[in-house]
Design a protein around this ligand. Sequence first.
Ligand code: GLN
Length: 241
Amino acid sequence: MMKDPVRIALVLPDLLGTYGDRGNVIVLEQRLRWRGIDTETVTVLSSADAVPEHCDLYVIGGGEDVAQVAAVRFLHRGPGLLRAVDRGAPVLGICGGLQVLGTCFTTGDGEQHAGLGLVDAVTEPGDGRAIGEVTTHSTLGGVGMLTGFENHLGRTRLGPQAQPLGRVARGTGNGHDNAEGAVTGHVVCTYLHGPVLARNPKLADLLLEWAIGEPLEPLPEPPELTALRTERTRANLRNRK
Ligand code: GLN
């Protein structure tokens, strides 16, 4: 087991962090503590010089177009995040975070912006905002069903270097090819707010395993998630009759 605390970078919560995206970091910290693993969170505000390169896991939330453009300018200033990804550090990007980590994105005003190119994904405005609950089936082994809340104008097309995080069962997701989110290596992006890791602890544990480089002991499922799954199973059975 790693002796040093696991360092989690919360990147630009003052710009990107709608719908409680900061909660994803609280979930990661708590799931480590429950297993007796020390953790330290590095909050990178837009007043900082750059993103530090030596954290074990990076979390970026979503936000409005204006905040997103300010965020991408900040991220282009230094190589910290790119270097961290090169060494295999996992990154979680939510909604606006997905768009910023992609190849390029066009905001609602028609302006095109270069993204960081960490996932093979291009975003353009859709016909209207996609708003509401989303359910997907994850393409990542062991993660299973994912749920969350989406609110975005952008629609995202994946290139050959990215796989979707999930296949949409309910909601819009990327708005192309029944895909939701984007995964390239250990960079995991999704339109799901929620915060997504509170609603989907298996995804939280997968990111943590990538961060520490070894498997984690399973934890009991929170009772509210068990109740939700049981209710879904009952509803599915009812629909089949
Ligand atoms: N501004 C982006 C869009 O509307 C992202 C929104 C978000 O992060 N919720 O597509």
